[in-house]
Design a protein around this ligand. Structure first.
Ligand code: 5CU
Ligand code: ZN
Length: 384
């Protein structure tokens, strides 16, 4: 039987047991709250707004059930959805909140645990490591160097705050240099959203809808745009950046961003690579999108996938599920509607070559994954 094209999930999260023990040891956000009710899942108090002692413990934060912590549950989810391999990453808020001294120790522990987890399921599991961003740039670079000894680590996941001042901070240069030199892709992922004041006095009526649907994508859009504006991609032209949620709104807003830069008198004028006079970063936004940027396909619509493909090409868009977030609304369903929506958004709007590339081929190429041939059987991609 000919093996089917592989399906690779590059956006799938976990809280390893070392991270759970870290959260459990804390009493300030983020921390884990253990309700009194027997058998109830602990609750992650992840945002300051979750830390509301006027609410009963079972209504604070979000429940952390085994889908967040148990790799067996993830493997079952993969099998239910015919996913050949997954690139797991620590879920937010990573290690941003630790003291400079604590960060490196926890990063080593978590990355070692991710490596160990992946090594037990050869070919099925790979990982994005986490960096101790509250530590000194030297300590962070030391961890980047150490990742070379962990064969299942194929990149790093990064939030938008950097060392505390965002990703246009020149103090990040030694870290970009190390990631570029090692050709370790960066998976840029949001956590903080936008200031909650933007959601207005009725925000609580809308729950997490505004922060997740709009805050997350705008956070990512702004973080990447600041990187580009500050010349990160001019100084590190071989950096590889994979942006979550199809780049937030970057594919849709790229033209407007470009136009605003050209009209901004503040930037020095220079000749760009086409010999045209332009202002702003030396490498144009389109050039950087084409050379340095990969986008996931976690956008829940064909329109979104088409926009991503249009900006970075079908060879640089990668399938993901965001497991364990966006679970089925009816508990216990084996097939997740959110996964099927993202899957159909890829296969519905692309030809066979495009779908194959987005569903698996691009991840294999970008991350150098070695997939067991047998693992690729039973793909749901009929006719590909
Ligand atoms: O949509 C997402 O990617 C997520 C995530 O990763 N973490 C989270 O807390 N909510 C949504
Ligand atoms: Zn995510």
């Amino acid at each position: 039987m000919a093996s089917e094209p592989p399906v690779i999930d590059i956006h799938t999260h976990i809280y390893p047991s070392s991270y759970i023990s870290l959260l459990r040891s804390r009493t300030t956000v983020p921390y884990l709250l253990y309700p009194f009710e027997k058998g109830a899942s602990p609750r992650l108090i992840i945002l300051p707004s979750d830390d509301d002692s006027s609410l009963p413990p079972e209504s604070r934060g979000r429940p952390i059930d085994p889908s967040y912590t148990d790799i067996g549950v993830k493997l079952k989810f993969m099998s239910n959805h015919h996913i050949t391999a997954s690139v797991i990453s620590l879920a937010n808020p990573w290690l941003d909140f630790l003291s400079p001294k604590e960060g490196p120790k926890w990063a080593r522990m978590i990355n070692d645990e991710l490596e160990f987890t992946c090594s037990r399921d050869q070919g099925k599991l790979w990982a994005f490591a986490t960096l101790p961003l509250s530590a000194s740039p030297l300590d962070i670079v030391t961890e980047v160097d150490r990742l070379q000894t962990l064969p299942h680590i194929r990149g790093i996941i990064l939030g938008t705050t950097g060392l505390g001042n965002g990703l246009d901070d020149p103090n990040l240069d030694s870290i970009w240099a190390a990631l570029e030199e090692k050709q370790l892709p960066i998976f840029l992922h949001p956590h903080y959203g936008l200031p909650s004041s933007l959601y207005g006095p009725r925000a609580s009526e809308y729950g997490h809808v505004l922060p997740l649907s709009l805050g997350f994508p705008m956070e990512t859009t702004i973080a990447f745009t600041r990187m580009w504006l500050s010349g990160v991609f001019d100084r590190y032209p071989k950096l590889k950046l994979l942006i979550a949620h199809s780049g937030g709104t970057i594919p849709f807003l790229a033209g407007r961003i470009d136009s605003c830069v050209k009209h901004e008198r503040h930037f020095p004028e220079h000749s760009n690579e086409y010999g045209e006079k332009s202002r702003g970063p030396e490498r144009s936004l389109d050039r950087v999108l084409f050379d340095n940027i990969w986008l996931d396909a976690v956008v829940y619509s064909e329109t979104g996938v088409r926009a991503a493909v249009d900006k970075v090409s079908y060879k640089k868009v990668l399938f993901g599920t965001d497991h364990p977030f966006f679970p089925p609304l009816e508990g216990g369903a084996e097939k997740w509607a959110s996964v099927e929506t993202n899957f159909d958004a890829v296969t519905g709007g692309q030809d066979n070559a495009g779908s194959r590339a987005i569903l698996g081929g691009n991840a294999i190429e970008l991350l150098g994954l070695e997939i067991n041939p047998g693992e690729a059987e039973n793909s749901p991609v009929e006719g590909l």
